[in-house]
Design a protein around this ligand. Sequence first.
Ligand SMILES: Nc1ncnc2c1ncn2[C@@H]1O[C@H](COP(=O)(O)OP(=O)(O)OP(=O)(O)O)[C@@H](O)[C@H]1O
Ligand SMILES: [Mg+2]
Length: 280
Amino acid sequence: MARPNGPLVICVINLKGGVGKSTISALLSRYALLTRQKDVLSIDLDPQANLSQALMHTNYNDFLIEKRPSIVEIFNGYQPPAAGGSGPKPLSGGVELIAQVGANSLQLIPSRFDFSDNLTESLRPDPKVLARYLATNFQNKDVIIIDCAPTESVLTRAAYHASGLVLVPVKPEYFATIGFPLLQESLVSFRKSNRGHQIDVSGIVVNNAFYDGGNNGGPEKLRALADIRAEAAKNGWPVFKTEIPFSRGFPKIMRGDHSYSGNATMFPHFAKEFFDTIGL
Ligand SMILES: Nc1ncnc2c1ncn2[C@@H]1O[C@H](COP(=O)(O)OP(=O)(O)OP(=O)(O)O)[C@@H](O)[C@H]1O
Ligand SMILES: [Mg+2]
């Protein structure tokens, strides 16, 4: 059932690479459908297309070969044809169906490797295009999860225009918080020029996305955690209590291999805290 005020829209972002943004976006999306029984849309805003590959697996190749519409077409002004209309061939509206449970589904707006080239070619992509597209076509969804690229661009602003909440994954390592001031600056500057739009940091999630020799991180991790807490407090950002553990199961699950999930089976503990906190 659709929420009265439209979907909760969350962008998963850190202006630092390899912290688990795409992994967390994919797993939260599936959890929202399968465990929370929500109607979900995922959006891949990263030309690396990791979220698309993680959700589509081998179908991603067919999608590329068949040149099905993606986020590129949406930024270029694509609208799905009205039902029964004689417009362009209905290509499922730039949206891929990933999973369906009863009346709810997990759909994906996929990305393509040539996304960034397309954006530089179109003179000035309008950062409000995505927000408008979602308002027109996806008001009936319960939750929309946007996976962002690790660099700031017009796509970051597009994600902010579309989102009400920000989730920041972080690895507890040396230089963990290097992206925090950039992110805070970028949010402050966005809010200044878009006063009518409320966007809040829902929290920071500690993702142990590196092997620590089985010693639970040792003193380096403790130092990094103290730094994360201090930097987060400066900005008034909460830190989620539940950490995501290290597990070789995560890269396997992303490839669609469920033969060994290890500690990745603990992901739902974080997902529960996250969705409880944001009230989904
Ligand atoms: N908790 C974890 N334990 C083990 N490996 C992990 C964990 N989280 C993520 N990884 C692995 O770390 C790598 C980076 O993760 P991911 O692609 O999700 O990060 P990202 O922040 O989206 O990266 P990018 O900035 O390039 O978009 C991937 O190989 C992923 O499988
Ligand atoms: Mg990514």
